[in-house]
Design a protein around this ligand. Structure first.
Ligand SMILES: C/C=C/C(=O)SCCNC(=O)CCNC(=O)[C@H](O)C(C)(C)COP(=O)(O)OP(=O)(O)OC[C@H]1O[C@@H](n2cnc3c(N)ncnc32)[C@H](O)[C@@H]1OP(=O)(O)O
Length: 661
């Protein structure tokens, strides 16, 4: 079957996952039959889809017409036969109980057409076992979405023992067409990829407390502010639901052995029905206490905790890679998208040192004898090779791989830097500034790049400013903060100094440090749905990446103070009136228009551009000096081939082709 042959998708279950998957499929243009066992259930799911589409339209992510059309494509049903009778693909998202799934699949098999591909959205049951409830196990695979499907980009596409490659290919194509990132899980291992990594992490955290190595407070401060994960380990458990993590762990324990024995404190929480946020009590108290208020105090950071947690991650990654379930890149992509991590577990392990982590694991095994510390065989190989990644890697063209940026060449002589942390609204971490520094070097050294286009990944944000984790990291140490501020000021300032034009193309939020970055571009274009602001005062901070100086030079002191002191958000049109934005485009034409703008500047005269940038920058501080650079520049270019070309083209009524000579 080809993607073009898929028209109707049946989604079984209209609960949290089911209605979310149905919404994603209908937004991608598919007819969706959404089914639940009772009218009220399916209607509840339908109402939630309507509400969510309305929110997307309100925030201009889709138009009202698109929202109406997507809702029209969803048919709520109770009758199973009617639901699957014309389905090309079935996505089953019924409760995670083997007997319910068995009954569902037995019925689906009876009513679905011969050609239909079957998928299940399970997080903890065996794909192979489920596939055997049907007569077509070779055309059955896992399609694991993350909650909420509309916001989470990852879909794990899981092979059962009987699944054929054509089925995995078509389901990946479908996930891709849904606008998601599919990651193939080549074997039906418990936990697949994301849970296989996250659940042992949460379990190890609990063991560390049970065994008296550290307190919950220490473990979470270390996880969140020393390692740099988005949540503390216990905070994560409470957020996911301790029962949910336990359920996956219990299955791993049953299938994969004693190394996955749940920690006693986890068992106790489940027995007491203290499941976390949803019950008001978990590892933290959400009813009478402050909830998960993780401290940034670096006195709480504990090196043993850090090492053991990273060692647990490295060991699971080694298992997945060694058993050919997925590659380090695939694992990192999955966990970054599914866990909203800033980088993947293989990268974290490499940065710490896999050999050190392997040693730490061996020592812990020797000391405690607990099977969870037993290293998988492949970990030793990785340690010997120096890590999961080849340290000198880059892509085929030799372009370095950045974790936080994407480099591309979208138009003639245009080099694009895309801030690429869409899960975190492209917020700016220390690592992103380092990558930006290196990306600017790359383009400066590349004679084929004559204009830089700066964008943010996804359609929500150019950048929501400084990454809160970077501000909070290191226990919010003042000396580190001064360094971070200076490094940002200097690196963003390099965009003013590079000798070619820089266009910032802003689609979505452009806030705080994101706006300070855009301020350093020569030209700013924006989509009409973009919003700008310096919200630092709301946080008790001040703009620390040049905002107190550079903004006023563009919009004037009065407007700059208005933007900074009110900390409000300003729409693109207003920022155009302020003189901050040069052009505002409709979102549909924005991307092409931004590339076209950059291409136009890339075709300009490089020598004249270089001296003009230099003179204008110099003149900001000192106009006499600026005028001096201007006249020297004028003298420099006047005899150049570019001027010759420009004048000839003028008389020949032609377009000049400048070469920077
Ligand atoms: C020297 C420089 C200093 C500064 O720049 S200070 C920072 C100034 N910036 C801000 O104060 C903006 C903070 N962000 C926001 O106000 C909101 O976000 C937005 C208005 C941009 C978007 O709101 P919504 O559409 O409701 O999305 P969401 O759920 O708030 O965010 C989606 C995910 O993005 C993460 N995120 C947003 N901003 C940041 C940030 N600045 N640093 C790190 N993460 C950020 C969130 O936490 C969340 O993540 P999850 O989905 O995992 O919960």
């Amino acid at each position: 079957m080809d993607l073009e042959e898929i028209n109707t998708v049946a989604v079984l279950g209209a609960g949290n996952m089911g209605h979310g998957i149905a919404e994603v499929a209908s937004l991608a243009g598919y007819d969706v039959n959404m089914r639940d066992i009772k009218d009220e259930f399916v209607q509840g799911g339908y109402d939630k889809i309507e509400w969510s589409l309305g929110k997307l339209a309100d925030s201009e992510q889709i138009s009202e017409d698109e929202a109406d059309a997507a809702l029209d494509r969803v048919t709520p049903l109770v009758d199973l036969e009617e639901t699957v009778a014309d389905a090309d693909v079935v996505i089953e998202a019924v409760p995670e109980k083997m007997d319910i799934k068995e009954d569902t699949w037995t019925d689906v098999e009876e009513y679905a057409p011969e050609h239909t591909v079957f998928t299940t959205n399970t997080s903890s049951l065996s794909i192979t076992d489920l596939s055997e409830f049907t007569d077509r196990p070779e055309r059955f695979c896992g399609m694991h979405f993350f909650n909420p499907p509309i916001r989470m980009d990852l879909v794990e596409v899981i092979s059962g023992e009987h699944t054929d490659d054509a089925t995995l290919d078509i389901v990946e194509d479908l996930a891709d067409d849904f606008g998601k990132t599919p990651v193939r899980v080549r074997k039906d291992v418990p936990g697949f990829i994301v849970n296989r990594v996250l659940v042992p992490l949460m379990n190890e955290a609990a063991w560390l407390v049970d065994e008296g190595v550290a307190t919950i407070e220490e473990v979470d401060a270390t996880t969140k502010f020393d390692i740099g994960l988005p949540m503390g380990s216990f905070e994560l458990s409470d957020y996911v639901g301790i029962d949910v993590g336990y359920h996956v762990l219990d299955y791993m324990h049953e299938v994969a052995g004693e190394r996955y024995e749940p920690a006693p404190m986890m068992v106790e929480k489940v027995e007491n029905e203290e499941f976390g946020q949803k019950t008001g009590q978990g590892f933290y108290d959400y009813e009478d206490g402050d909830g998960a208020d993780v401290s940034m105090d670096d006195d709480l950071f504990n090196e043993t905790v850090k090492e053991r947690l990273l060692a647990a991650l490295a060991n699971e990654v080694a298992f997945l890679v060694g058993d050919d379930v997925a590659s380090p890149e695939e694992i990192d992509t999955a966990v970054k998208l599914g866990g909203r991590w800033p980088k993947g577990p293989a990268k974290f392990a490499d940065e710490y040192g896999v050999a050190e982590l392997a040693d730490a694991l061996d020592e812990a095994y020797e000391a405690s004898g607990h099977p969870r510390y037993e290293a998988f065989d492949y970990l030793a190989t990785v340690a010997e090779e120096g890590g999961f990644y080849d340290q000198a890697e880059g892509d085929a063209e030799g372009t370095p791989d950045f974790d936080t940026l994407e480099i591309s060449y979208p138009g003639d002589m245009v080099g694009q830097i895309e801030l690429s942390r869409p899960q975190q609204m492209n917020s700016i971490s220390l690592e992103l500034i380092e990558d930006l520094d290196a990306a600017i070097d790359l383009f400066e050294e590349d004679d084929d790049v004559r204009a830089v286009l700066l964008t943010g990944a996804g359609s929500k944000a150019f950048s929501a400013g400084a990454d809160f984790m970077s501000i909070a990291g290191g226990g919010a140490d003042p000396f580190n903060a001064v360094e971070l501020s200076k490094y940002g000021q200097e690196t963003f300032g390099r965009l003013e100094q590079v000798e070619m034009p820089v266009v910032a193309a802003i689609d979505g939020y452009c806030l705080g440090g994101g706006m300070e970055l855009a301020t350093c571009a020569d030209i700013r274009v924006a989509s009409s749905r973009s919003e700008f602001g310096q919200p630092e005062f709301n946080l008790g901070l001040l703009p620390g990446w040049g905002g107190t100086q550079r903004l006023q030079r563009i919009v004037g002191m009065g407007r700059a103070k208005e933007i900074i002191f009110t900390a409000e958000r300003f729409p693109a049109e207003e920022m155009e009136e302020f003189g901050f934005v040069n052009e505002v485009y409709d979102p549909d034409e924005f991307e092409a228009a931004a590339v076209e703008y950059a291409e136009k500047l890339a075709g300009g005269p490089p020598l004249a551009q270089r001296f003009t940038k230099r003179a204008m920058l110099k003149g900001w501080d000192d106009s006499e000096a600026g005028l001096e650079v201007e006249s020297l520049g004028f003298g420099h270019v006047v005899g150049s081939e570019d001027v010759h070309e420009g004048i000839n083209a003028f008389f020949g009524d032609d377009d000049p082709e400048f070469e920077g000579k």
